[in-house]
Design a protein around this ligand. Sequence first.
Ligand SMILES: Nc1ncnc2c1ncn2[C@@H]1O[C@H](COP(=O)(O)OP(=O)(O)OP(=O)(O)O)[C@@H](O)[C@H]1O
Ligand SMILES: [Mg+2]
Length: 333
Amino acid sequence: MTTVDLIGSSPKFRAVLTDVNRIAPVDSAVLIQGETGTGKEVIARAIHEASPRRNNRFVTLNCAAIPSALLESELFGHERGAFTGAWAQTKGRFQMADGGTLFLDEIGDLPLELQPKLLRALQEQEFERLGSGQTVRVNVRVVAATNQDLGQLVSKKLFRADLFYRLNVIPICLPPLRERIQDILPLTEFFVAKFAASLNKPIDLIPDEVVAVLQAHDWPGNIRELQNFIERAVLFSPGSVLRLPLDRKQTVKQNSESASQTLADADREHILETLKQSGWMIGGQDGAANRLGLPRTTLLYKMRKLGIEARRSPRARPVRQLADEPCTAAASC
Ligand SMILES: Nc1ncnc2c1ncn2[C@@H]1O[C@H](COP(=O)(O)OP(=O)(O)OP(=O)(O)O)[C@@H](O)[C@H]1O
Ligand SMILES: [Mg+2]
């Protein structure tokens, strides 16, 4: 049993859960690939909690969130005086995860120069802290995740092949939500119950036409996007029947094509409103992506799809530079 919420009954999701239970007892490295918001971290936690390591720590490190100069120290720790500002000896995440699981998120962003050190730590279960000659031995299971196509990074020489094979001992591919439509209803029911409780807003009924609209949408931000949308829907439902946060002039149509169109209109309105509130700034703490709970690349993808043109914000990086960046939500499993 796991304390992680794992909702879904589609054959593809059930196959993932079968894999989780099969691989939990062993110590081999796992590589989880899937688009943004498909539940990679949730599955990594589920593997840990179903494993004999469950009573030890599940430690995470997001390789994209830490400046590359600090990553080595974050992974392996450092001695006092190892670099300017290193006031005390510090343990790295590998040592913190001793006996447990280390979750390396966004592994595709691990700088090339650090990759041989990670490979050694994976193979030998030993490393040295920065500024120390003393070898530290650990017992850590590594689960890595990425929404990039690591195989392609290898062929472009942006990721080491030996490390890729070492991490990819057990591959898990999380399908996008649009490929497991069967999961949309149970996920919606789960999120409605969750937000109804946390927002103190009882919802007794999810009408069939609302479910039809949700099932017709393609959810580029996957489960995270559905979750955020349901939170908004619960918040703005006038009574105890779930209503989608659409423009008041619009009505939900049962035909799936027009239903999808209606949802796209609602998305468009909401994104435009958020962009206005953030002064058309997309990235950063106050940017629209953060306010919407979406990765910046996903928001740019949605804006392009919905025909929303980025505008120059006085606070933002040049708009063309952002709009030209490729969408990373394209991992092929
Ligand atoms: N099967 C599931 N059941 C319930 N909630 C889920 C499920 N999968 C994902 N979620 C929820 O969806 C959100 C996104 O999940 P998670 O952070 O694991 O995705 P991710 O693939 O790691 O995304 P990213 O690539 O953007 O980091 C989280 O709030 C998580 O709790
Ligand atoms: Mg994640």
